[in-house]
Write a protein that binds this ligand. Structure first.
Ligand SMILES: CC(C)(COP(=O)(O)OP(=O)(O)OC[C@H]1O[C@@H](n2cnc3c(N)ncnc32)[C@H](O)[C@@H]1OP(=O)(O)O)[C@@H](O)C(=O)NCCC(=O)NCCS
Length: 161
């Protein structure tokens, strides 16, 4: 990890976890993680719209802002984001493997996402979450509040950085 990025990196509250920048060899891992969680929901809410190729292309496009979390040498989670005019960092995806949830990892990763966006001069963080996703409460606890809709089945949320 680059020195300037390292300086932003909050200490991991859970022993043994480490964060790093994603590389091309991580694309399949991120794709499978996204797919395992997202496809069922997309198939249910927007039948026939999930597209593997498109999902993979979004990851490739955002690879410079994709991060991987590892535990004992195994990849256990990932997130990626992009900047949107004029000053918002949009979280595209945050996924933690089921066995590693509810240990504080999500909060830790979001802290890093927000710090990195802020360091780039962005003043808001935004995301969209399906109305039925329990992650809604996770984002609320991290200070995100509803700011509109993202299609018929998802809430748009944001937070000042
Ligand atoms: C959502 C997700 C990233 C949360 O990560 P996590 O590591 O389990 O969350 P943390 O342990 O850091 O929890 C942080 C806070 O959110 C709360 N929280 C986390 N998951 C929650 C859930 N499913 N329901 C209610 N609250 C939840 C925790 O209780 C904690 O609150 P507290 O600090 O006040 O006690 C993880 O569950 C996940 O990967 N889910 C599947 C993918 C997903 O839905 N991603 C979001 C797509 S928009």
């Amino acid at each position: 990890m680059a020195k300037d990025t390292e300086a932003l990196f909050p200490a991991c509250p859970v022993h043994g976890y480490a964060l790093r920048h994603a590389v091309e060899a991580d694309v399949d891992f991120i794709f499978e993680l996204d797919r395992s969680h997202m496809k069922t929901e997309v198939d249910r809410l927007y039948p026939g719209t999930w597209n593997d190729e498109h999902a993979r292309s979004i990851i490739v496009e955002n690879l410079p802002r994709a991060r991987i979390v590892e535990w004992e040498g195994s990849r256990t989670g990932a997130y990626y984001w992009r900047a949107e005019e004029p000053s918002t960092a949009v979280l595209h995806s945050l996924q933690i493997a089921p066995a590693h949830r509810r240990k504080g990892l999500g909060r830790w990763l979001m802290g890093f996402f927000e710090a990195e966006a802020k360091a780039q001069g962005l003043t808001r963080a935004g995301l969209a979450v399906f109305d039925t996703n329990p992650a809604l409460e996770f984002y609320r606890r991290l200070g995100y509040s509803a700011c509109g809709r993202d299609g018929p089945s998802a809430l748009a949320m944001e937070k000042a950085l």
